[in-house]
Design a protein around this ligand. Sequence first.
Ligand SMILES: Cc1cc2nc3c(=O)[nH]c(=O)nc-3n(C[C@H](O)[C@H](O)[C@H](O)COP(=O)(O)OP(=O)(O)OC[C@H]3O[C@@H](n4cnc5c(N)ncnc54)[C@H](O)[C@@H]3O)c2cc1C
Length: 508
Amino acid sequence: MIHKGDEIAQDLLLKPDVCIIGSGPGGAMVAQRLARAGARVAVLEEGGFYTKDEFDMQEATAYPRLYQDRGNRASADLSIAVLQGRAVGGGTVVNWTTSYRTPDDVLAFWREREGSLLTPEILRPHFEEIERRLGIEKVDLEDTNANNRSIYQGCKKLGWQVDTVSRNVRGCLRTGYCGMGCPVDAKQTATLTYLPDAVAAGADIYADCRVRKIEWSGSRATAAIGELLHPGTQQATGRTVRVEPRVMVVSGGALNSPALLLRSGVDQGPVGKKTWLHPVVAMGAFYKERVEGFYGAPQSVASHHFSRRGEGAGFFIEAAPVHPMLASIAMPGFGAPLRGRMALLGNVAATLSLMIDGFGEGEEGGTVSLRPDGAPRLDYPFGARHYECFRAGMKAIARLHLANGAREVQSFHLDPVVIRSEADIGGVDAAPMGPNLFAAFTAHQMGGCRMGADPARSVVDPRLRHHFVQNLFVIDGSVFPTGLGVNPMESIYALASWASTHVRDALS
Ligand SMILES: Cc1cc2nc3c(=O)[nH]c(=O)nc-3n(C[C@H](O)[C@H](O)[C@H](O)COP(=O)(O)OP(=O)(O)OC[C@H]3O[C@@H](n4cnc5c(N)ncnc54)[C@H](O)[C@@H]3O)c2cc1C
């Protein structure tokens, strides 16, 4: 059953076997596995429950409804725009479908540094099942749009590694609206797959249900305390929720899961520390021909040519859809200059460089703490490593588009660097770098409740059980000890599938 917040007329007291807080890839997977194993499961999700008929392909509807903080989430100094999903299905409702397995060298790094148990062999059956269930398949080059194909062609001309990606879709009509909720149910979100499976096996899902804190005593979590919300206004209905499970699973995603633990006083270990973002810088390439990056699969090509980890931060290159609201916020300038750029929107290719954070010696990443109202506050200071990586990413993007015949490439600095030939690329090195001097984004939040063998360095143990509160698990992207270097959704599903066995063991 899926219960909506404003349809529940009384306070709730539930006593399931397992309470799962959050319904993104982490929470949805655990719900399916545990419900199918016969456990009584309750999923509490702050976001609303929406179906394809409500996805109207309008940015103005989608961002307030389906994104954290009504689409306005940002780092504390406002230097990084934080795109993060908030709905039954979590980020899968709005994400761009790019699907990758966790790289083997990342798993090896986690084993060596943090005592992780994960190997490619352990995760393989989980990935295989997920790829079947979600229809994950590699895209044919003919099915890419011009926005993505420009990356492919530019990289090929320069001899750089580039390939099409895999996507979790069935019967995709390539409308281009993945980020606003798929209007034709082609995207195989958690809302269409693992969550209905869980419901069919008896799980209850409570939408519009915000968990304020977890009560705990000694080494046991005793209750999740929350409130029901009106889906439209996201204000409390006045009805409260108290869930007393045998096992508690926190799957609120990075930023939100550490904030929930901090609000609850479950603050042993480095809660909120080492939060990773794959920080993104973007460039706009202006072509004589139409690009129409608002249509077609938003992401279908990626280059991992510069994806080194460790010495000097590496980055990977992907496309971003070019919808007017997102583009007008990302592109620099106001008034006439911005209007000039927006008038050319149909001719712009938007390309991203995603920094692979978390692998540098002594790299601290971001920190989640609490705002006065208990909401997460994210501080993510940039350092020399970031600026070096951002500049390298911008220059690579400029080169690949020049190679592909772009008329002009512009950076998203406050005062944009305009590049028409190789001779202009040095302008990127000369441009001032600092918070809010250029546009930066994140759609891949990770870490903050990192897993590991050492309680001083991690929040949950290698099986994702909390080091001190024994019936509490954290199962979502917040447990990653580093960034991944690839888009995180499929890794989170696989990790959750594997960790579900440990939740089952805790129940018995
Ligand atoms: C625009 C966009 C594009 C993306 N594109 C891709 C892509 O192409 N490929 C890819 O791999 N990844 C992509 N991602 C990232 C990916 O979607 C996320 O990494 C993934 O969804 C995270 O999974 P999770 O389970 O950790 O948390 P989430 O998916 O964030 O789910 C957590 C859920 O918990 C809920 N929650 C949080 N706190 C509470 C609370 N206190 N009470 C109740 N509920 C709570 C939240 O509302 C949310 O719905 C994209 C993300 C965005 C925003």
